[in-house]
Design a protein around this ligand. Structure first.
Ligand SMILES: C[S@@+](CC[C@H](N)C(=O)[O-])C[C@H]1O[C@@H](n2cnc3c(N)ncnc32)[C@H](O)[C@@H]1O
Length: 270
């Protein structure tokens, strides 16, 4: 929600106040001309309208304040990332459908702490470029694979990923039968020889693919995780991802840590 929307709502509020004043005058006039019975229901209706509008304005102000906090966090996160390493390529546009800087900060923090030997990403994009550039900056020999179900975005990301240890794999969605239900998820045949994943980052596929679109990630990749593996799931402010976390925790006995990022990020580990 942007500031423009707030100003528009305030203008609407002023318009509503003027219209309501006219309505009250009309109701009073009707009352004085001998048409009783309209004044009280009319006033009640107008009051209700103002309560609803006031509630909406409070909601918008709260959203605007939260946006300011997140905006500041994105700037601080990028500053922190640039202090850790100097990227050689320009990062693609961030936020909206792409990941946000505070999510990339969480990824880089875990790369530094864990020193992963194998990194797999579900959903390529800016995060893939960030990881690839971090690996290059520390001369890491770790292997990094990023899956993307759309050839266009797989190619776009691959163009930005210059580190030979990073690979963007075009992995179209495939049908899987898991727990007796049909699911669509990335074709993981490109990971056939990949074992001992230390860091699994799940930021795809997009939610419109199916309900709880990211659920198949663990049933399909759990066997490939190393003992110290950490899973980073983004977009966990959404009910679908929250439901997915509960299912994974129940099935695989995982611990979780929620991080306050723009889209909500959850860390899962054994
Ligand atoms: C949430 S995005 C993945 C974001 C990625 N981890 C990043 O940090 O940018 C999930 C998928 O959306 C698709 N995608 C990326 N950019 C897009 C765009 N501008 N419009 C539509 N889909 C996009 C790609 O297929 C991507 O794998």
């Amino acid at each position: 929600m942007n500031k423009q929307k707030i100003y528009t709502t305030f203008s609407f509020f002023k318009g509503a106040a003027a219209l309501s004043a006219l309505c009250v005058l009309a109701l009073l006039l009707m009352e004085s001309l001998g048409y009783p019975g309209f004044l009280l229901p009319g006033l009640a209706l107008i009051s209700l309208g103002f309560v609803v509008l006031g509630f909406r304005i409070v909601q918008l102000i709260y959203k605007l304040q939260l946006d300011r906090v997140h905006d500041t966090n994105q700037v601080e996160s990028m500053q922190w990332i640039y202090q850790q390493f100097q990227p050689k390529v320009a990062f693609p546009p961030m936020r909206v459908i792409a990941g946000s800087p505070d999510f990339f900060k969480v990824i880089v923090e875990h790369c530094i702490q864990l020193q992963p030997k194998v990194i797999v990403e579900a959903g390529s994009g800016v995060s893939s470029v960030v990881i690839s550039e971090w690996l290059r900056s520390v001369n890491s020999e770790a292997r990094h694979y990023a899956l993307d179900h759309l050839e266009k975005y797989a190619r776009e990301t691959a163009r930005k990923v210059e580190n030979l240890n990073s690979e963007v794999l075009f992995a179209p969605l495939k049908s899987y039968s898991l727990n007796g239900s049909d699911w669509k998820w990335y074709d993981i045949s490109g990971l056939a020889n990949v074992e001992d994943i230390d860091l699994l980052i799940i930021d795809g596929p997009p939610e419109d693919i199916q309900k709880e679109a990211r659920f198949p990630a663990l049933p399909l990749l759990l066997e490939k995780l190393s003992d110290k593996a950490v899973i980073i799931l983004d977009d966990t402010n959404r009910p679908d991802e929250q439901a997915t976390i509960q299912k994974w925790k129940a099935a695989y006995n995982l611990k979780e840590q929620y991080l306050f990022t723009e889209k909500g990020t959850t860390i899962l580990y054994r």
